[in-house]
Design a protein around this ligand. Structure first.
Ligand code: ADP
Length: 264
């Protein structure tokens, strides 16, 4: 297992609540900061894989719907419009730093079908060899679960294991896991390190998250557990300041760090 400083292959998941304003529109300043940090980490020798939500929000803004749709076909249609726009934004911003991006749309069943899994793994390897930054999302036109449950956290853990990443970094709208929901309990305390994700840890992560994020902390715990069982450490940290990624990779005590359960 690699340490923080030597971690080479890094999967970064960014949620809708980090990428968009409360209005639902894209937070341009945040996205620009994020791209700058990721481009810089790539320059420093890291292999970057970005798992990005935000397609529906961007689609809603582009089409000009008054609010986020509730029915699945409209959500899927907005994801299709927004995914294009989102990739356009990433492509434009990463190109400014001379980096190439690649869109990878997955459905979670790729892990169940060995042939598909091998194809996906080969594609990731080739893209990384070529120095591209894969940008991953669930294929929302096909997959309904993501839209229903908002769970790109599990997708990011799946991507981390498929690509045998050294670490998984989940950017959220909160500083990490607290001993109780800090939105309801102002005296809640952040937990810096979790050695084992068990029932007591799950009990801390009650309820869904913000209006824009949909998974809440529970899906992040599932993701960290899956990654940890495959020998990959996870850190959940606040995405409102993308520069936090530097601190995490320098081993600073930022966010909540979930230790891997075994070394692979
Ligand atoms: P994202 O869009 O980044 O995936 P979410 O809004 O889905 O974010 O999930 C993070 C939210 O989970 C927090 O803002 C908070 O409201 C909620 N939450 C519930 N329990 C906890 C806890 N114990 N520690 C931290 N956050 C918690």
């Amino acid at each position: 297992m690699r340490t923080w400083k030597t971690a080479k292959r890094v999967v970064i998941k960014v949620g809708s609540s980090t990428l968009t304003y409360e209005t639902g529109n894209i937070n341009i300043r945040r996205v620009e900061q994020l791209v700058k940090v990721l481009a810089d980490l790539k320059n420093a020798g890291k292999e970057i894989i970005l798992v990005s939500s935000g397609a529906i929000a961007v689609g809603v803004g582009k089409v000009g719907l008054p609010e986020r749709p509730k029915d699945t076909p409209t959500k899927q249609a907005m994801a299709a419009v927004g995914q294009c726009e989102l990739m356009y934004i990433y492509d434009k911003l990463f190109t400014q730093y001379n980096h190439k991006v690649a869109q990878v749309l997955l459905t979670r069943d790729v892990v169940d079908v060995p042939e598909r899994k091998a194809h996906v793994q080969n594609t990731f390897e080739r893209l990384l060899e070529m120095g591209a930054i894969p940008i991953v999302n669930e294929n929302d036109t096909v997959a309904v679960e993501e839209i229903e449950f908002g769970d790109n956290d599990s997708l990011s853990a799946m991507v981390a294991t498929l690509t045998r990443a050294d670490t998984l970094l989940i950017l959220s709208d909160i500083d990490g896991l607290y001993n109780k929901n800090p939105r309801e309990h102002p005296d809640a305390k952040r937990i810096p390190v979790v050695e084992q994700i068990d029932e007591t840890i799950y009990a801390m992560a009650s309820g869904a998250g913000s209006n824009r994020g949909t998974g809440g902390m529970v899906t992040k715990l599932h993701a960290a557990q899956w990654a940890g069982e495959h020998g990959i450490e996870t850190v959940v940290l606040n995405g409102s300041r993308p520069e936090n990624l530097y601190d995490v990779l320098e081993g600073q005590p930022v966010g909540t760090r979930f230790l891997a359960q075994k070394s692979e």
